[in-house]
Design a protein around this ligand. Structure first.
Ligand code: PHE
Ligand code: CO
Length: 300
């Protein structure tokens, strides 16, 4: 998979690099010995130290106070479903509430998992959440997703019925993309929506992507900075677009609603992959930060 772990320049606080699945350059960090064939394991809640809980509490507090005016309403409404913000939650407690809301559950994993396993879990309405938390010295930046990124960034929107259905469809689409050798194109969709998506609301642009919502700096940057490009969601345009894993995004894609996202991605992607491949062969990929002639941009 393309989402290799990158080197982080140190000058800017970049929050979590939301690598979602796939192979990095380094061996993954978690203890995979305790995982089963589907890569899930039990959350060893007793193993968290007081320092671990304190890291979670401080990350949560810092992020929560930034949400108004920057995060979408659906996220803000659901974030409290994560439970008490002082300690790393028990995944089973969240799963119970989540299952009642949308039929999703949390699956504990030791870290990044192979993409096929990742897709299979999503298709079964199970969201893989890493159980370890970053070390205090990684407070502002951790290369691999940890429990804070996975829980705080991803789980609240799984309480939204439309977004929840989109995530399951993505998992099923991933299993198909594996057979069609199209995972690189599909990964761009995950990156630019699930991780870095923006949504246009009557009150202005808001973030719904987990990589933004769990990042201390990019949340404000993505909504208020004049630097990045913001273009309307367009599936084929998006699949032609490369992305950066080591800096704030240079381009964001903006949806109108989760319904629009779900409907635009519902058709069979087999001909879409074909068409995107042809366009790339003829006109090339689109670099991050590049806007096409005549393309409308959203301004902060
Ligand atoms: N419709 C897509 C396909 O046929 C599946 C999908 C849905 C992929 C939603 C991503 C997101 O492959
Ligand atoms: Co993520």
């Amino acid at each position: 998979m393309t989402a290799a772990a990158g080197k982080a320049p140190r000058d800017v606080n970049r929050g979590v690099a939301p690598v979602t699945y796939g192979q990095g350059e380094r061996p993954p960090r978690g203890d995979y010995g305790r995982a089963g064939a589907d890569y899930t394991c039990a959350q060893d809640h007793a193993r968290y130290t007081e320092a671990d809980h304190d890291t979670y509490r401080r990350l949560y507090a810092r992020q929560l106070q930034q949400l108004p005016g920057l995060a979408c309403d659906e996220f803000i409404a659901a974030v409290r479903q994560l439970g008490a913000p002082e300690r790393i939650p028990r995944f089973d407690d969240i799963s119970e509430r989540l299952f009642r809301a949308t039929g999703w559950q949390i699956a504990c994993v030791p870290g990044l998992i192979p993409e096929e396993s990742f897709f299979a879990l999503l298709a079964a309405r199970k969201f893989p959440v890493t159980d370890w938390i970053r070390k205090p010295e990684e407070f502002d930046y951790v290369v691999e997703p940890d429990v804070f990124h996975d829980l705080f960034g991803h789980v609240p929107l799984l309480f939204d019925p439309t977004f929840a259905d989109y995530m399951q469809a993505y998992g099923a689409g991933g299993l198909k993309a594996s057979r069609l050798d199209a995972c690189e194109l599909l990964a761009r969709l995950y990156w630019y929506t699930v991780e870095f998506g923006l949504i246009a609301t009557p009150k202005g642009l808001r973030a719904y992507g987990a990589g933004i919502l769990s990042s201390t700096g990019e949340l404000r940057y993505s909504i208020t900075s004049a630097e990045p490009r913001r273009v309307a969601f367009d599936l084929q345009r998006l699949m032609r677009s490369r992305y950066r894993i080591d800096t704030y995004q240079a381009t964001y894609f903006v949806i109108d609603s989760f319904k629009q996202l779900f409907d635009a991605t519902a058709p069979d992607f087999t001909p879409v992959y074909e068409s995107v491949r042809k366009t790339i062969a003829a006109a090339g990929e689109i670099e991050a930060g590049v806007v096409l002639p005549g393309e409308r941009q959203f301004t902060p």
